[in-house]
Design a binder for this molecule. Structure first.
Ligand code: ZN
Length: 411
């Protein structure tokens, strides 16, 4: 879907603000001699923005609106080096809540629902984003924040929460705990809004079966407001996103060329109306594609397919490019393994080795299963991993993002 005239007009407004603020992107524009654009071709010739640019702008170099209009900052995690600080104006905060409200509505959530929020609050965009959208919708918020599973389950029963907002790993943990305690009848959940990490169909099915609820994938990243910029509808054919706030392109992460709808590549986002820290052609490193055609639900918002991982998650093993999603797809062919797995890459005896840990229950022949999985990986991707089968429940589950790929070659 190419950029529309209306969207080009909005981009020109952002270009003007960025030039005026003279921040990193304003400087890029000046260098390129661009003060406005008038066509899709000119838009596609604009320079990209990168996470590194945002880090270099630490602490407040991204601020594009006047200081007196900034009402809040959020920060994205900095596992290595400096974090990224994103300033928001009152309009940005309101726009984000409006998008999030639309997400809840697309998921069929109403002002009669009680929404239990387990993502974290504070510098993170997660908790407060879920909350602001829910309040705009008029629903009752149960603002728990992360952790304290005991209390989560108590409040879930006492408040009769109907919606749970969580990461997929925490939703899995909660669903397992509810099963173990035999309290499923006392839990009134109907829907789960699951954000912030890629998860398999198997995990989705486990959570949904354990709890008997429908699940919705919510998309977003701190650099672009936060979670709540897209969600799947009941047709489950990708996540609708809001093209009056965002323009999304898919590019080839190597050649950087823009790809047509339907082709897989890296998500690149332009914010059309953001004031505090507008971003133009921001490379997310998330892998997806724009779904071609219209959604059967009849909504005209365009759709992104489920995120397939990160361009930086790509592993090179024996010269073959491998994505965790490929391994996951293979594991789904084995009904006897759980949704949890872990990949460890190491360099042994001068060659790269992948160890793949999977879980199953005690009734299965561990050795035989390991051999069958190894053969399937060899057959599908072209190399043989060392497969280790462990008892169900032994692999780590976490309240935040579960780390599934551990590359020991660079430790
Ligand atoms: Zn739809």
């Amino acid at each position: 879907m190419r950029i529309s005239d209306k969207q080009i007009e909005l981009v020109n407004g952002r270009i003007e603000a960025l030039l005026k603020a003279d921040n990193f992107y304003g400087k890029k524009l000046k260098e390129a001699g661009v003060s406005n654009i008038s066509s899709a071709e000119e838009f596609e010739a604009l320079p990209f923005s990168e996470k590194a640019d945002l880090r270099d702008a630490y602490p407040l170099g991204l601020m594009t609106a006047p200081e007196e209009e900034i009402v809040r900052i959020h920060s994205s995690s900095g596992t290595t080096g400096k974090p990224v600080i994103i300033p928001y104006t009152a309009k940005d905060v309101d726009d984000w809540a409006e998008m999030f409200k639309r997400c809840y509505e697309i998921a069929g959530i109403t002002n009669k629902d009680r929404i239990q929020i387990t993502p974290g609050y504070g510098l993170w965009t997660a908790g407060i984003g879920f909350q602001a959208g829910a309040e705009k919708l008029g629903a009752m918020v149960v603002p728990m924040g992360p952790g304290n599973t005991e209390k989560q389950l108590q409040m879930m029963q006492d408040m009769k929460s109907t919606v749970i907002c969580a990461t997929s790993s925490y939703a899995l943990l909660l669903s397992e705990e509810i099963g173990k305690r035999g309290i499923r009848d006392k839990v009134k959940l109907k829907k789960g809004v699951i954000g912030s990490e890629r998860w398999s169909d198997k995990m989705r099915k486990t959570i949904s079966d354990n709890l008997g609820i429908s699940l919705y994938d919510i998309y977003g990243l701190t650099e672009i407001y936060g979670p709540g910029i897209g969600i799947n509808c009941d047709e489950n054919t990708g996540m609708h996103y809001f093209d009056d706030y965002l323009y999304i392109e898919i590019i080839d992460p190597v050649t950087l060329e823009v790809l047509p709808d339907g082709q897989w590549g890296e998500i690149v986002i332009t914010t059309l109306v953001k004031e505090g820290a507008p971003l133009i052609r921001y490379r997310t490193h998330d892998l997806s594609r724009i779904m071609p055609g219209e959604c059967p639900c009849g909504r005209s918002y365009p759709r992104l397919d489920t995120i397939q991982g990160r361009t930086d998650d790509m592993m090179k093993i024996h010269g073959v490019n491998v994505f965790p999603s490929q391994i996951e797809e293979i594991l789904q062919r084995f009904p006897e393994v759980s949704s949890e797995y872990q990949i460890r890459i190491s360099h042994l005896d001068h060659k790269d080795t992948m160890r793949l840990y999977v879980e199953t229950n005690g009734s299965v022949d561990f050795m035989g299963l390991a051999q069958r999985i190894a053969r399937e990986v060899k057959h599908t991707i072209g190399f043989t991993p060392l497969v280790k089968v462990v008892e169900e429940g032994l692999l780590p589950r976490s309240e935040k993002k579960t780390k599934r790929v551990i590359d020991e070659r660079f430790d």
